[in-house]
Ligand binder design. Sequence first.
Ligand code: URA
Length: 208
Amino acid sequence: MSKVVIINHPLIQHKLSIIRSKETSSKEFRELVQEVGSLMTYEATRDLEVQPVEIETPLAKTIQHELKDNIVIVPVLRAGLGMADGISDMIPHARVGHLGLYRNESTLEACRYYAKLPKGIEKAVVILVDPMLATGNTVVSAVDIIKESGAKKIIYVGLVGVQEGIDNIVKHHPDVDIYLASKDERLNEVGYIVPGLGDCGDRLFGTK
Ligand code: URA
């Protein structure tokens, strides 16, 4: 069964409230989304396995611990890019794949237009990044594609979600753990999260 974690750390709450404000510029929005991505990584990677490794400090040999699995970060284009930068700041050795999925605005179904996933993904732990968990259709489709590539362990990280989206992921992919910075009230009639933060892609890239 999916683990569902709302990471309500004070710093994340503080930054998220600025991200939500309609007065926040694209530049500040991008910086803050990246910072929240970095902060959330700390909690979202808590269950990663480590293995012993022998190293030599300037003083002695010692057994320490390193990450057991390779990590692949997969942002959903284009809104996932900002958070993914923050996650990759924390795990610089992770490879990055990209999935292009757009929402059909009338059916709210996810349509795939691009997929480039790194070699070796089948043995890696995948961190799937899509900031807005609305109906959950995009994340469910993204997990379908990632699983087709052979990956077994997938962690989903988003910024703001609603219960409907969480339920959709848990129903289709109960093996995927879910990390969000906030669970919001509801979806409006056109599938936007309320109170939310508006269109994340547009706000990141200043396209509206
Ligand atoms: N995508 C967004 O960018 N915002 C929402 O509120 C829902 C989906």
